[in-house]
Design a protein around this ligand. Structure first.
Ligand code: SF4
Length: 405
């Protein structure tokens, strides 16, 4: 049985993070998962991420209990199931946070901040809460779907970041402090570079971190980036994984094929999917999803430009041309034999199988592709039997068609 010992430390860390949200010691800012967390932390806010709650509603399979509540309020059951599950849970006044972390639920926001670099849905989602809590809301709306991000675009985003300052000052009661902002960006950079190294350990023949484990271990880089705790955690995790690589210990004794996962996780089926791939000798070694929290542009010596650029250059915010280039590079780096696209019913933005990209990428790279239908939280859009058949057939065919491994 392959186990990552650092998991226990991560659970403690996540528990401490959630309890700190309820302590009342700091003002609370809600933020999108790839939103301006560093700027918020520089004002002393504790930062809460509703998408993390959405993922918890998915993994606990409680999302389907809550989505109908949001639908009754006029939200379509076909829009982002993080949004509908989270709003439904709020309306029902229930949350798995109670059982998992012993806290009452999501903390009340003093400020709400979003970045539409990932999708417009976050704006609608967060606007609901701004109204419910009568809370100030600030947003970044960067240019989207670019091949290259030029300095003009970065300048635009910097202006939007800076517009947040007066609101943050008013709500936090603290003046903006450039040195404090630099410190947070530096900590965030250090943690994100460690996270990048963690992910890259799975370029080894005996990959020590699967995509499925990665979706769990990414917790601190999402909710604690910009803190010493996140940096310390990834230092421990990286040391363990590097040690495993040195000793030839991987999460599969011997992988026959190496797979790339594209798109959102199917949160309620992580275990089932992990077991399915493992049983077929397939190691899912890399993903766009886990790589979404690698912000290697962060630079404390140029905090405005570097954060604006890093948050605008992320995969989900780019053109198909840029995405194909990034995927082709990952295929080579991780010796990928095949790619599985999760075509998520309610996340249009993080599903790249809807406009023919799998076919075009296959022509470009020769790496075979499979598309499975499902959803991040709403399991009514996922057929387990059909997915198992498709994945097993695909993996069998891959045995005879290896490009890189
Ligand atoms: S990227 Fe997808 S899953 Fe994430 S908030 Fe936007 S629509 Fe929802």
């Amino acid at each position: 049985m392959y186990k990552i010992a650092a998991t226990e430390r991560m659970k403690e860390l996540m528990g401490a993070y959630f309890r700190s949200l309820e302590s009342g010691a700091k003002k609370i800012a809600w933020c999108t998962s790839v939103g301006p967390a560093e700027l918020l932390r520089s004002f002393g806010f504790e930062v809460y991420f509703p998408e993390n709650h959405g993922a918890l509603l998915g993994t606990t399979r409680t999302a389907m209990d809550f989505i109908p509540e949001a639908v009754k309020c006029g939200y379509s059951g076909h829009v982002c199931s993080y949004t509908t599950a989270d709003i439904g849970a709020f309306l029902k006044k229930e949350s798995p946070l109670q059982k998992h972390y012993g806290i009452k639920g999501a903390p009340k926001p003093d400020l709400i901040a979003f970045n539409t670099n990932q999708c417009r849905e976050v704006e609608d989602w967060f606007a609901f809460y701004a109204e419910q809590f009568n809370c100030p809301i600030v947003g970044i709306q960067p240019p989207r779907h670019l091949d290259e991000v030029s300095q003009d675009e970065v300048d635009l985003v910097v202006k939007q970041f800076k517009k947040m300052i007066p609101v943050c000052e008013q709500v936090s009661g603290q003046k903006f402090d450039l040195d404090r902002f630099r410190e947070v960006v530096k900590l965030s950079k250090e943690a994100t570079l460690l996270w990048q190294k963690v992910l890259k350990t799975s370029a080894a023949a005996n990959a020590p971190l699967s995509f499925f484990d990665g979706t769990i271990h990414m917790g601190p880089i999402v909710v604690l980036r910009g803190t010493q705790m996140a940096k310390d955690y990834y230092t421990i995790l990286l040391a363990e994984l590097e040690d495993n690589v040195l000793n030839g210990i991987g999460f599969l004794p011997k992988a026959q094929t190496r797979i790339f996962w594209e798109g959102m996780p199917i949160w309620g089926k992580l275990r089932m999917m992990s077991d399915l791939f493992a049983a077929n000798g397939a190691a899912v070694v890399a993903s766009t999803y886990c790589s979404s929290w690698v912000f290697d542009q962060f630079d404390e010596n140029d905090p405005w430009n570097s954060t604006a650029r890093a948050y605008t250059e992320i995969f989900i915010n780019r053109s198909e041309k840029a995405k194909m280039k990034m995927l082709s590079d990952w295929f080579r780096e991780f010796s990928i034999d095949g790619i599985v696209y999760h075509d998520s019913k309610t996340c249009f933005n993080n599903s790249n199988a809807k406009f023919g990209m799998p076919q075009r990428l296959r022509t470009l790279t020769s790496v075979p592709a499979l598309v499975i239908e499902g959803d991040l939280c709403d399991l009514r859009f996922f057929s387990e039997g059909q997915s198992i058949t498709k994945i097993e057939t695909f993996l069998e065919q891959l045995e005879e068609f290896k490009i890189y491994s």
